[in-house]
Structure formats: structure tokens, C-alpha cells
Design a protein around this ligand. Structure first.
Ligand SMILES: [Zn+2]
Length: 418
């Protein structure tokens, strides 16, 4: 991996960088669409590539179960299997294992679980996780970590953090001996729950191993914790992580629905370079288009005779071909064509938001970009207080020139207003 920071925001911690991987250049900060089963739901890989997406995410746990490593090895890896020519990131499988299997037992050796297909006990060790990711052939691979929910308290949090460091060492060792180091890049995952002391300990240990690590992820968040705690942990980690490594915030805004966009922009301002979320593609299938004025629920009858496109200024094929809101309202959630059309729009919208952020960082106008994004997205409906607090911590006052009410908590009150 070649990683180069090109520009830094003068106010916030945001930065623009160029990450050169085996399958080309990805400019950061970026948002990664999620292709759990080696497919972005609703789109072909050619369509995704044509939209300018350069990095997507596949799930190791799912691909290991189906089609399985034998088929992936025969195909020559997941890139060839799914016809994807650009960069690919895989998770380690640990998160799915813990969240999907009721019967997972964590031991020092690895995670023992019952296969959902055969019911047989199966052990996922750190070495096995890296081996599977080698077969998949992703450009970025993740260490196996010991995952606990962000709401877990007590000694289990420290145990999981310390084990994640030990498992990182096993992943590094296995990866070193594999001959895959020149084409696949290993990322560490910082754990430590919501405890700043544990996070610092984990960061210290993982930063010591920097020479064996291509990048860092911040894990163990977005599990229902208070938003004011969420951003403080992101900030603590992003502040301490090395400048010369990409920083990936995992699964942000997973449970936040429409507010995930705010998580994304706040994380960028705090110094995060990469993030993933299933929301833009998932919500598209339920008939919700993302726009700068907030999400647009195409199922609502107010769109039934609206001949405007989703967004007149959007460059996506759906909007430029003149597909009307009325037509989308007519077919949405009934016809697969609607899922295609809205997914294309949402992925483009997401790429535009991140591209706009990169341009603003490059031109020194990122604070203005944030203020205008929030003003457009919320209007006078009030801002989530945690966003205002988080951005104040890096020198941006959202309320400057736009005094509105603050919505305490997650900002969820606003969520269903549109
Ligand atoms: Zn569009």
C-alpha cells in the first residue's frame, strides 16, 4: 500500500489522502458500500464501477459459508468471482460470528461457533480468518478481534481488548509468513469499549506494532451507546493514531438510519478516512432516496403526481434520465427496477457528499461545507446536540449564522419528520 496525505483541513482534523492498493487508487475520505454476499444489492459490479466507486466491502463470514473457500480458490479470488476490478476490503468474520450466532464461545484459541448450515462446531482462529481473507484476496484485510457490544461493562471489556492485541500478533505472524504481504494489507482494530483508559492502552499496544500494520480501524462502537460518548471515543482514537496510516471507523451509524450521514461527516471532521454502512443501499430498497434536503420517502402519496426527478442537480443516471418521483412512487417496493434506480441514486449521492468533503478540505472550506450541509439537511428543524458538540471540539460552530434548537440524545426525533 502507498498512503499519502495530500491536504489537511486548517480547522478540523479532516484530511484528504491517496491510498494506492493492488486494484488502483482510492481517494480518502471515502464511504464504502457494503456487498455482504459479494454483491451490492440491486446493482451489478459494472454499474457500481461506472458510478466511480473504487472500494467496496465483502463479508468474510458469509463468503466462507457460501460459496466457500473451495469455490473462491477455483475462481481465483473474490475479485474474479464477482467481476469486481477495483479495491476490496473484507472484515475478519468476528463481528458477524458474534452477532449472528447464539452459540459462539470465545476462547484464547479462537471463536467456536455452530455452523448455521450444518450445525457442526467450527473454530475461527485469527490464523484461519487471515487464511480465508487470503483466499478471498481482498486488498485490505482485517485482524480477527474479540468483539463485545459497546454496552458491555466490567472486566470482559478489558479482556476482549487485551485478547484483540494478542490476536493481532497472531494475525501479523500468519500474514508475514504467507507471501501475501505485498498485495494484501492488514488493518488492526482498536478495541476498549467506552473506557478511555482501555482505549489508550489498546492504542499504545497497536501503535507499537505499526511497522507490521497498513492501517487502523476503530471497532466496538455503534452498538447503541450514547452519541456523546461515541464521538469522544472516535476523537480519542483518531487523535492518537499515526498520521501516516489510514483510519477506518467500522460500521458507523449502523443503527442510526437516516442519521448515519451525520456520523459520517462528524467522523471525517474528527480525522477518520474510511467508513462503511449498509444504510444507503438498504433504505433504497425500502423506497427512500437520500438528498441534501434530507431523506425522501418515495412511498408517500405526495409523490404520486410529482414529475420532478429525485434531485435535479444529481448527476446519477436515474435523475439525469428524467425518471420522475411519480414513476418511482408507482413502482417502489413492488418492482426490482425501483430498487436499481434508487440504489444508483443513493450510492451516487453518498459519493457526492464525500467527494464534496474532499474538495472542501482541499480548498480550505471544509468548515463552511459542514455548516451548509447541516443547514440544507435539517433546515430550521434543529440539530442533534451531539453533532454540535463533536464539531465544536474541532473548531466548527454549526450554530454560527444558523441559530437553531438543539435536539438532545441521538437526534432521532428529527428522523421521522420528513
Ligand atoms: Zn440521482
Amino acid at each position: 500500500m502507498q498512503f499519502e496525505v495530500i491536504a489537511k483541513c486548517h480547522t478540523t482534523r479532516a484530511r484528504v489522502s491517496r491510498m494506492n492498493l493492488t486494484h488502483g487508487v482510492t481517494m480518502l475520505p471515502t464511504f464504502m458500500p457494503v456487498a455482504t454476499q459479494a454483491a451490492i444489492k440491486g446493482l451489478t459490479p459494472q454499474q457500481v464501477e461506472a458510478l466511480g466507486v473504487t472500494l467496496i466491502l465483502n463479508n468474510t463470514y458469509h463468503l466462507n459459508l457460501r460459496p466457500g473457500m473451495k469455490v473462491l480458490n477455483q475462481a481465483g479470488g473474490a475479485h474474479k468471482f464477482q467481476g469486481w476490478h477495483r479495491n476490496l476490503l473484507t472484515d475478519s468474520g468476528g463481528f458477524q460470528l458474534v452477532s449472528l450466532s447464539k452459540f459462539t464461545t470465545i476462547t484464547e484459541e479462537g471463536a467456536l461457533f455452530l455452523s448455521p448450515f450444518t450445525g457442526e462446531p467450527t473454530m475461527l482462529t485469527p490464523e484461519e480468518s487471515i487464511s480465508i481473507q487470503h483466499s478471498i484476496g481482498a486488498d485490505i484485510i482485517m485482524q480477527l478481534d474479540d468483539v463485545v457490544s459497546s454496552l458491555t461493562t466490567g472486566p470482559r471489556v478489558a479482556e476482549a481488548m487485551e485478547r484483540s492485541v494478542r490476536w493481532l500478533d497472531r494475525c501479523i505472524k500468519y500474514h508475514e509468513g504467507s507471501g501475501k504481504k505485498s498485495t494484501q494489507n492488514l488493518f488492526a482494530i482498536v478495541q476498549g469499549g467506552l473506557d478511555p483508559h482501555l482505549r489508550h492502552q489498546c492504542l499504545d499496544a497497536m501503535i507499537q506494532r505499526k511497522n507490521d500494520i497498513s492501517g487502523y480501524a476503530i471497532g466496538g462502537l455503534s452498538g447503541g451507546e450514547e452519541k456523546d460518548v461515541f464521538w469522544r471515543i472516535i476523537k480519542l482514537c483518531a487523535d492518537k493514531l499515526p498520521e501516516d496510516r489510514p483510519r477506518y471507523s467500522m460500521g458507523i451509524g449502523f443503527a442510526e438510519g437516516r442519521n448515519f450521514l451525520l456520523h459520517l461527516l462528524v467522523c471525517v471532521a474528527l480525522g477518520v478516512d474510511m467508513a462503511d454502512c449498509v444504510f444507503p443501499t438498504r433504505t433504497a430498497r425500502f423506497g427512500v432516496a437520500l438528498t441534501h434536503a434530507g431523506p425522501l420517502n418515495l412511498k408517500l402519496s405526495k409523490h404520486e403526481a410529482d414529475m420532478n426527478p429525485i434531485d435535479k442537480s444529481c448527476p446519477c443516471p436515474t435523475c439525469t434520465d428524467g425518471t420522475s418521483r411519480a414513476y418511482l412512487h408507482h413502482i417502489v417496493t413492488h418492482e426490482t427496477a425501483a430498487a436499481h434506480a434508487v440504489t444508483i441514486h443513493n450510492i451516487t449521492f453518498q459519493a457526492q457528499v464525500m467527494g464534496g468533503a474532499r474538495d472542501a478540505i482541499l480548498s480550505g472550506t471544509f468548515p463552511e461545507y459542514l455548516r451548509s450541509f447541516f443547514a440544507g439537511y435539517f433546515g430550521d428543524g434543529g440539530y442533534p446536540e451531539w453533532c454540535v458538540n463533536a464539531l465544536r471540539s474541532v473548531g466548527v460552530d454549526l450554530l454560527q449564522d444558523h441559530p437553531v434548537n438543539l435536539i438532545p440524545g441521538s437526534g432521532a426525533k428529527w428522523e421521522y419528520a420528513n
